[in-house]
Design a protein around this ligand. Structure first.
Ligand code: GAP
Length: 508
């Protein structure tokens, strides 16, 4: 089995080779951290979005949708705090002229020490049989030493970040002897803050034009429409507003494929509640969201919660759902109890009341908010990387298969005439007509049947329907399961029901 780095490279290559994801502007050598979704990628992405939308808007009577504009009044980003505080600390290496995030350099350094601990533990496990006391003592001493280093660095780093001490961050990088991976030198500039928002000008005359921003999150579009939706939808607290849309961030360290992009999509839901009830709803949404992930059939050990120790000034609880990506556990989704910070700030900056009149208590107040926020692209990467397998078969050959959850797979069934003659293509076309209204199907008559099965496995198609000689006699076909590779013979007129049963969206 390939190591994780190798595996990740194979996943990226597979995504390109099979029409899932292409680098943006490839014929012009690409655009860093921007990607295009190909013919299968767009289907998988749409299915993920639909799966989320159903779980949020369709299954919850008190959640409605919204599609707000990407461009918004620039004061919104002042009110939200993004103009002043949506920053990353940057540092340049003077020799390589390469730019890095200071916090990432330090976190990578900590990760390297953690890797040393893991290595020691692995080594100890291998030597388990003849692991004597002396070995135990020396291993233990090394592990404790590494752990102490991590604790010291983490404490110093957290303090510097808390105090926004940029000179201190630089000094820490120097003290840890962190070198630039390109030049190998420690010739660093000062650390500076860099705002992550992209800006542009609105209006045809540059002089009078206002600087506006490409939204870095979809959430603010929900906050500024809170009263519009509440009043026109006659919504009662608690209720939620869900939105799927593009967001843009000028990420300095854009890496790990579609994990960290400059243009990406978010699925966000803001849930408005009575003050004082937010922590109860925070717990509710933690449970709901992890259940949504696990309903896809990906085993629970691939997910974990990571509670934030250091909370943003406006939050009173926050957690990440982390997923085991090929490069380790990383944030997939955030769940935040944002208090009444955003609505209060918009009241202050707009001068308009953003209050809810509670008919049960006869009071008017600014609601509290619990947010769930997940990146579509990150969800895509989670599902895709989990699904990718290279499997050894009994006959000694290997196959590459995408074990995508069937309800998310781009193509639900491939319809394949065994040979390109004897009326089989015509029969297969009839089956396509029977199914295509309800399911995205693919007709394929090229190459030997074994090769066509392999191709569908690599695309992740859960079912292959094959028309053979017997079909012409009794109107039955074989249906092949991608994961077990077993085939069963079924009547053609049963196919729609069978596929509905197999592909039923569970959603929760
Ligand atoms: N409204 C809250 C918010 O935007 P966030 O933690 O900054 O919170 C939420 O982002 C989610 O958006 C993340 O958990 C991740 O899935 C996704 N995301 C954030 N930045 C991203 C990027 N540069 N590329 C891809 N996905 C990103």
């Amino acid at each position: 089995m390939a190591n994780n780095e190798e595996l990740f490279k194979q996943i990226i290559a597979h995504a390109k080779e099979y029409g899932y994801i292409f680098p943006s502007s490839e014929i012009y050598d690409g655009l860093s951290a921007v990607y295009d979704y190909g013919q299968y990628g767009v289907e998988l992405k749409n299915n993920i979005k639909q799966y989320w939308w159903k779980a949020m808007v369709q299954y919850h009577e008190n959640i409605v949708g919204l599609d707000s504009a990407i461009f918004m009044h620039p004061t919104i980003w002042k009110a939200s705090g993004h103009v002043d505080a949506f920053n990353d600390p940057l540092i340049d290496n003077k020799d390589s002229k390469k730019r890095y995030r200071a916090d990432v350099l330090i976190e990578d350094h900590i990760q390297k020490i953690e890797d040393k601990i893991n290595k020691e533990v692995e080594k100890a496990k291998k030597r388990f049989e003849n692991f004597d006391e002396k070995m135990y003592r020396s291993t233990n001493a090394r592990v404790m030493g590494y752990q102490q280093q991590i604790d010291d660095i983490t404490a110093r780093y957290a303090d510097l970040m808390q105090r926004n001490d940029l000179a201190g961050l630089r000094q820490l990088i120097i003290d840890l002897e962190i070198a630039c991976p390109i030049s190998g030198t420690r010739n660093w500039t000062d650390v500076r803050q860099f705002n992550l928002m992209f800006s542009t000008q609105m209006g045809s005359v540059a002089e009078g034009a206002d600087t506006i921003y490409l939204r870095p999150e979809t959430a603010q579009g929900i906050f500024v429409n809170f009263l519009n939706v509440q009043k026109t939808g006659r919504m009662k607290l608690p209720f939620g507003i869900a939105q799927i849309g593009k967001a843009f961030r000028n990420e300095i360290v854009a890496r790990q494929f579609i994990f960290r992009m400059r243009e990406f999509e978010q699925m966000e839901m803001q849930f408005f509640v009575r003050p004082g009830e937010e922590l109860k709803w925070f717990d509710y949404w933690k449970k709901e969201r992890i259940q949504w992930h696990q309903s896809l059939g990906i085993p629970a050990e691939n997910y974990r919660f990571h509670d934030h120790e250091k909370l943003a000034h406006y939050a009173n609880a926050a957690t990440d759902i982390e997923f085991k990506f090929p490069f380790g556990f990383k944030e997939l989704e955030g769940i935040h109890s944002r208090t009444n910070y955003d609505l209060s700030r918009h009241e202050e900056f707009s001068g308009k009341k953003l209050r809810y009149f509670d008919p049960e208590t006869n009071e008017s107040y600014v609601p509290y908010v619990v947010e769930t926020s997940i990146g579509v692209d990150r969800m895509f990467l989670a599902v895709f990387s989990y699904a990718y397998r290279e499997e050894k078969l009994e006959d000694g050959s290997t196959r590459v298969v995408l074990r995508l959850p069937a309800m998310l797979a781009p193509i639900k069934a491939a319809v394949l005439p065994l040979v390109k003659k004897d009326g089989m293509p015509e029969k297969a076309r009839e089956i396509m007509d029977l199914l295509k209204r309800d399911f995205l199907c693919q007709y394929d008559e090229k190459d030997a049947i074994g090769r066509r099965y392999r191709r569908q496995d690599a695309i992740g198609t859960p079912y292959c329907i094959t028309v053979d000689n017997q079909t012409l006699e009794d109107n039955t076909v074989t249906i092949r399961d991608r994961d077990t590779m077993e085939q069963h013979r079924v009547a053609i007129d049963q196919l729609p029901t069978i596929l509905w049963q197999k592909l039923r969206l569970c959603g929760k």
